[in-house]
Design a protein around this ligand. Structure first.
Ligand SMILES: Nc1ncnc2c1ncn2[C@@H]1O[C@H](COP(=O)(O)OP(=O)(O)OP(=O)(O)O)[C@@H](O)[C@H]1O
Length: 270
């Protein structure tokens, strides 16, 4: 479990990116931080592994303040996946995946074997292990990024818009892979996106943020869909649009579900 209590981050130029933010992030679930650009998502994520230092407040992991831990050790114990994979261009795929285990003192041959197994986990052919990142597609690079994030077998995986830069079809594939990986591994995942559909697909807990990391609403997708807390949330999730506002029409004695524009999307099963 990760717990933020009244956390504020003010950058040196005076920008208050996060203002008195409090949240419990349960273990072994996926929590998605979603909000528009500049709402403080990345800042919040990076405070968990101390890539960004707080100005005030407290962050605890399993009841222990992260400020009592060695920052380098903390960072290496938490997986981190970013939008443009962040792979080292001059290192082969397998070496990119093995980077943190090697830093943690794992023997080279063991780290390589573990890295190859992780390529299986993320759905990549082992034949790609000796390629360089530039010889992979964007989607493959992101899979390597996920494998690298998992390499130290962290309890916590931080993911910052990891699928933001790939095309919609590959993105949908990567999302499904993440759902499967999470089902198998049960990590505590904190996932940042500005895409509400992605948030509802992946999140056990979805946290909608306004400027300054202000929580507009936090809950399960069903809770948020069924009861948007305010107009901001309703607009953000598109509560009255498309397939968020379904209606039933009886056709041939069956309940046909139509979207807000009257387009049929399916049939209710009894
Ligand atoms: N190093 C910095 N110095 C000053 N201001 C910063 C710094 N990093 C971020 N900010 C500001 O803090 C606010 C929150 O930024 P942050 O990157 O956390 O938002 P975000 O929700 O992740 O946005 P995006 O979706 O565009 O990545 C923004 O106003 C941003 O300009």
């Amino acid at each position: 479990m990760i717990e933020f209590t009244a956390v504020t981050k003010q950058f040196s130029d005076g920008t208050v990116a996060v203002d008195e933010f409090s949240l419990v992030i349960p273990a072994r679930q996926t929590t998605v931080l979603v909000g528009s650009s500049g709402s403080g998502k990345t800042t919040l994520l990076r405070m968990i592994n101390r890539m960004v230092e707080k100005t005030s407040g407290e962050i605890e992991i399993d009841g222990e303040s992260i400020y009592k831990l060695n920052p380098v050790k903390l960072r290496r114990s938490i997986g981190y996946v970013m939008q443009n994979s962040g792979l080292l261009p001059h290192r082969k795929v397998v070496d990119n995946v093995a980077t943190v285990p090697l830093l943690n003192g794992v023997k080279r041959a063991d780290a390589r074997q573990a890295a190859l197994a992780l390529l299986d986990t993320v759905g990549l052919d082992r034949a790609l292990a000796d390629r360089y990142p530039s010889q992979l597609s964007g989607g493959q690079q992101q899979r390597v990024g996920v494998a690298r994030g998992l390499a130290a077998d962290p309890n916590i995986l931080l993911m910052d818009e990891p699928f933001g830069a790939v095309d919609p079809i590959v993105r949908a594939e990567l999302q499904q892979e993440l759902v499967r990986i999470q089902r198998d591994l049960g990590k505590t995942i904190v996932f940042v996106t500005h895409d509400i559909d992605e948030a509802f697909l992946l999140g056990d807990q979805v946290v909608l943020l306004e400027k300054g990391g202000r929580i507009a609403q936090a809950g399960t997708p069903a809770e948020i869909l069924s009861k948007p807390a305010n107009d901001f949330v309703a607009t953000f999730i598109g509560a009255d649009r498309g397939r968020r506002a379904l209606k039933v029409e009886v056709v041939n004695g069956r309940n046909v579900v139509v979207d807000a524009d009257g387009r049929p999307t399916g049939v209710l099963q009894s």
